[in-house]
Design a protein around this ligand. Structure first.
Ligand code: SAM
Length: 253
């Protein structure tokens, strides 16, 4: 059986207006290959419900890059202290978001895509190889275990985490993996004062310092987005992350 694949929209002006960046020709071709690969993988692995071309562009490509906007080559000067980036981890990557679009936009970054579901990770390893994204590594593990691994703990300049759980749980997964002076980027939709207060408390216990909140609106459907940038100020105490399952059952804050 052959399956017909639609093309992604280009939307060069929209990229430019919203993120002051746009993909070049080879990056556009890689986005298209990524889309095709995800649609194929979806038939087996239930990776995403977002499959229509414009929706995929907005909710998977644009949204993934929104979180790293301060690091895009032509970004306007940012209020966020932007450390130089080499090593990045995408925690709970699922179908590869935000990790794979970020790898396409930032070919010099070393990106580890981490997920607890082994079959999704096996699929992502194959997909990233078929896209020629040699700088992508994959790991099948829980964030709570990975964050205690001596070779991984406090070894990343940037941790990205989208749609993995409540904000304080995401902070407990992400901050132990970030180097002092690195940044954890938490991708959120709506953002409330109650969440801000809980996150402030949790982040302080995990070694987090300043938290910068950037609000945005998605360009095609005007959805609400907030990206939280937590700068790591000091080493995470050894008791974090807690045992697998505990952060979600007894969230901090
Ligand atoms: N980040 C992707 C996105 O935004 O499209 C996927 C989000 S999906 C809703 C959540 C993913 O997080 C799932 O693939 C799940 O297996 C993974 N996950 C949940 N808890 C995890 C943990 N403790 N450690 C590693 N991965 C986890």
């Amino acid at each position: 059986m052959t399956t017909a694949f639609s093309s992604l929209p280009t939307l060069g002006d929209t990229w430019q207006k919203t993120l002051q960046w746009q993909p070049d020709k080879s990056q556009r071709a890689l986005f298209q290959k990524l889309y095709k690969g995800i649609l194929q993988g979806n038939q087996q692995f239930n990776l995403t419900r977002i499959t229509a071309p414009e929706e995929f562009w907005e909710k998977h490509l644009w949204d993934s890059l929104l979180g790293i906007a301060p690091w895009l080559p032509t970004a306007e000067p940012s209020e966020i202290a932007v450390p130089p980036v080499q090593r990045v981890i995408d925690i709970g990557t699922g179908g590869g978001f935000p990790g794979l679009p970020v790898a396409i936009a930032q070919p010099t970054w070393q990106i580890t895509c981490l997920d607890s579901t082994r079959k999704k990770i096996a699929f992502l390893a194959e997909l990233s190889q078929s896209l020629g994204l040699d700088q992508v590594q994959t790991a099948a593990d829980r964030a709570e275990s990975f964050g205690r691994h001596p070779a991984q703990r406090e070894s990343y300049d940037l941790a990205l985490i989208r749609a993995v759980g409540p904000v304080t749980v995401c902070a407990e997964y992400a901050l132990p993996l970030v180097k002092v002076n690195g940044v954890a980027v938490l991708y959120r939709g709506q953002w409330t004062a109650a969440e801000a207060s809980a996150l402030g408390e949790a982040a302080a216990r995990l070694g987090g310092g300043d938290i910068e909140v950037q609000a945005a609106t998605t360009p095609l459907t005007q959805g609400v987005r907030h990206c939280l940038y937590i700068r790591k100020q000091s080493s995470t105490p050894v008791e974090f992350p807690r045992a697998p399952g505990t952060p979600a059952k007894q969230p901090l804050g």
